[in-house]
Design a protein around this ligand. Structure first.
Ligand code: ADP
Length: 488
C-alpha cells in the first residue's frame, strides 16, 4: 500500500510531543510491513536539521493558491531516521514556518491551512496518488475537506483519508477567512453539519471539518475515545463524534522500541534488559553524577513532560515536595511555552538550588530524557487528561515504575500494584483516581513504601512493565486493517 502521512511533526527532526513520536513509530512499522510510506511536513526553521539525512531540494515549481495570489514553494526531500520525508518551504511575506517555534502564533490556523493546501497541491503536481492519506490533529484537518471539495474533482480521486485526533483541547478554531484563503467556500461549509464551530456559530472548527470529511477517524487510546464522545474532554465535539461514531475508534499508540529500548539505546551509558537489570543502577549513578545529586540509598522519582495544565502542573509541584519530605530524590525535565508556568518552576529550582536530592531541568532535552527513563525508579504522570501518554510506556520499557492518574490512555496501560482487577504478573505501576493531592499522595506513599520495605516486589513490578509489549506491532496491524477497510 502507498501511504502518505501529512503531519505537523515527525520525531526526531520536528517534535513538540507525542505526536512526533507517533508519526515516526507508526511510519516505521508500516514500512517494515512492506508498505511504501512518505511523510509531508512544513520546513520549519527551528527543526533539528542535524537529524535529517541528505536533505536536498527535490521540487521547485510548486505554486500554491492562497488568498488572491500564488505562493511559490520549494519542496525538499530527506531521510528522518530512515523515513522518506518531504518538507514544504513557502516563499512569501507571511513567513509561515520561519518563526523560531512550531506553534503559538495568532495565525496558526492560516499557517496550517496553507500547509494542508500546499501538501495536496504538491501531491497533485508531482503525480502522487497514495492509497491512503493519514493526517494528524487539527493542523491537517483541512486536508480531507480540500481533498473532497476540490482535489478529487481535478485528478485526485484515488486516496482515502484516515484522520487521527491526538488532543481535542486544540481544535483550530478560526474565522471564515481561513477557508476562503485556501479556496473553500464558507457559504457552503459553515453550517452545523460541516465546519461550523459547535460553541460559537460564527467560528470555523478545522478539527470538526477533519472529522466530518475523513473516511475514518481514530484517536490514540480506547479510553480517550470514550471520554471525548461522552464527557467534557470532547471540548464541544462530543455530538460531532457521536454523529460519526460508525467511522470512529480508539487505537492505543505504540512506542518505537528502536528508539526507546534500554538494550540498544545509544544515549544511555549502560545498556540493560530484564536479565541484566542490575545495570539499570549504573545508569542511576550516572544520572546522579550528571545532575549533581548525592549518592544515597533512596529512590529517584522523576517527571519528563511538557509543563502544561493538561499535565497537572500543580500536582507535579506537589509531588516534588512530597518526595523530598519522604526519603526520595526528585528529577524533573520539562518546559512550557507559557512563561508563567516556567517561572513557577524556575522559582522552585532557585529555592531548592542547594538541595542535594533534587534537580529541576527547565528545558527540552532529548538525550537527558533517555538517561532519566533509564536512571529513575519511578515516573509521575498526574494528568488532568491524557489522550494516550507515551512517557508511562517508555518508562516501563526501562523498568521505571509509573505512578499515574486514572484517565485516558494512562488507564489503558498502567495497572495498579494493589487494586487492579488483573493477575499479579500484569500489574505494573500505581494508579490514583481523583485529580487532587490526596489521591496522588496515597499512590506515592504506596510506591515509596514498596521500594523501601519490599524491594523484591518492587523489582517484580519493574519486570512486569518491561515484559509488556507496547510496541507498534499491534497498533500497526490495527491501522492496516483500518486502511484496508476504507479502501474497500
Ligand atoms: P504529549 O504529546 O502530550 O506531550 P506524550 O506522553 O504523548 O505527551 O509524549 C511526550 C514525548 O515528549 C515523550 O517522547 C517525552 O519523552 C517527550 N518529552 C516531553 N517533555 C520533554 C522534555 N522536556 N525534554 C525531552 N523530551 C520531552
Amino acid at each position: 500500500m502507498f501511504i502518505t502521512m501529512i503531519t505537523p511533526e515527525c520525531a526526531p527532526a520536528a517534535k513538540v510531543g507525542g505526536l512526533g513520536d507517533v508519526v515516526q513509530g507508526l511510519s516505521r512499522e508500516l514500512g517494515i510491513r512492506g508498505n511504501d510510506v512518505e511523510i509531508i511536513l512544513p520546513k520549519y526553521d527551528c527543526m533539528r536539521y542535524d537529524r535529517i539525512w541528505d536533505l536536498q531540494k527535490s521540487f521547485s515549481d510548486l505554486w500554491v493558491p492562497f488568498q488572491n495570489q500564488d505562493i511559490h514553494c520549494d519542496v525538499y526531500f530527506g531521510f528522518v531516521d530512515g523515513l522518506k520525508c518531504f518538507f514544504i518551504e513557502p516563499h512569501s511575506t507571511h513567513n509561515f514556518f520561519n518563526r523560531g517555534i512550531y506553534y503559538g502564533h495568532k495565525d496558526d490556523p492560516d499557517r496550517f491551512a496553507f500547509f494542508s493546501k500546499a501538501a495536496l497541491e504538491f501531491m497533485l503536481k508531482s503525480n502522487k496518488h497514495p492509497d491512503i492519506i493519514h493526517c494528524h490533529d487539527w493542523q491537517t484537518g483541512l486536508v480531507p475537506v480540500l481533498l473532497y471539495e476540490i482535489y478529487q474533482h481535478i485528478g485526485m480521486s484515488h486516496p482515502r483519508v484516515c484522520y487521527t485526533l491526538h488532543n481535542l483541547k486544540h481544535q483550530g478554531v478560526t474565522g471564515a477567512h481561513t477557508l476562503s484563503n485556501v479556496g473553500l467556500d464558507p457559504g457552503r461549509l459553515v453550517n452545523q453539519n460541516r465546519l461550523q464551530n459547535n460553541f460559537n456559530h460564527n467560528g470555523v472548527n478545522i478539527m470538526k471539518g477533519g472529522i466530518v470529511y475523513s473516511n475514518f477517524i481514530t484517536t490514540v487510546s480506547p479510553q480517550y475515545a470514550h471520554e471525548i464522545k461522552f464527557t467534557g474532554q470532547g471540548f464541544g465535539l462530543q455530538h460531532t463524534l457521536n454523529v460519526h461514531h460508525r467511522k470512529f475508534g480508539g487505537v492505543l499508540n505504540g512506542v518505537d522500541y528502536n528508539v526507546w529500548n534500554p538494550e540498544i539505546d545509544q544515549q544511555i551509558p549502560f545498556k540493560y534488559n530484564i536479565d541484566t537489570i542490575k545495570d539499570k543502577y549504573k545508569n542511576k549513578e550516572a544520572l546522579r553524577h550528571r545532575l549533581l545529586l548525592r549518592q544515597d540509598y533512596k529512590p529517584i522519582i522523576s517527571v519528563v513532560s511538557r509543563l502544561d495544565h493538561q499535565k497537572g502542573v500543580g500536582l507535579i509541584l506537589h509531588s516534588i515536595h512530597y518526595a523530598l519530605a519522604n526519603g526520595c530524590q526528585f528529577v524533573l525535565l520539562g518546559s512550557s511555552p507559557d512563561s508563567a508556568i516556567n517561572n513557577d518552576f524556575l522559582a522552585l529550582k532557585h529555592h531548592l538550588n542547594d538541595n542535594p536530592d533534587c534537580h529541576l531541568e527547565i528545558s527540552y532535552n532529548e538525550e537527558l530524557a533517555h538517561l532519566i527513563y533509564a536512571g529513575a525508579d519511578m515516573l509521575v504522570i498526574p494528568s488532568a487528561f491524557e489522550p494516550c501518554g507515551l512517557t508511562q510506556m517508555i518508562a516501563m520499557k526501562y523498568g521505571t515504575v509509573p505512578i499515574v492518574r486514572n484517565v485516558g490512555g494512562l488507564s489503558n496501560t498502567v495497572f495498579d500494584a494493589d487494586y487492579a482487577r488483573r493477575p499479579y504478573h500484569e500489574r505494573n505501576g500505581y494508579v490514583f483516581n481523583e485529580f487532587d493531592s490526596t489521591g496522588l499522595d496515597s499512590a506515592l506513599h504506596r510506591a515509596i513504601g514498596l521500594w523501601y520495605n519490599y524491594p523484591q516486589y518492587f523489582r517484580e513490578l519493574m519486570i512486569n512493565g518491561m515484559k509488556h509489549d507496547y510496541s507498534w506491532d499491534h497498533p500497526g496491524a490495527d491501522y492496516l486493517n483500518i486502511y484496508n477497510f476504507i479502501r474497500a
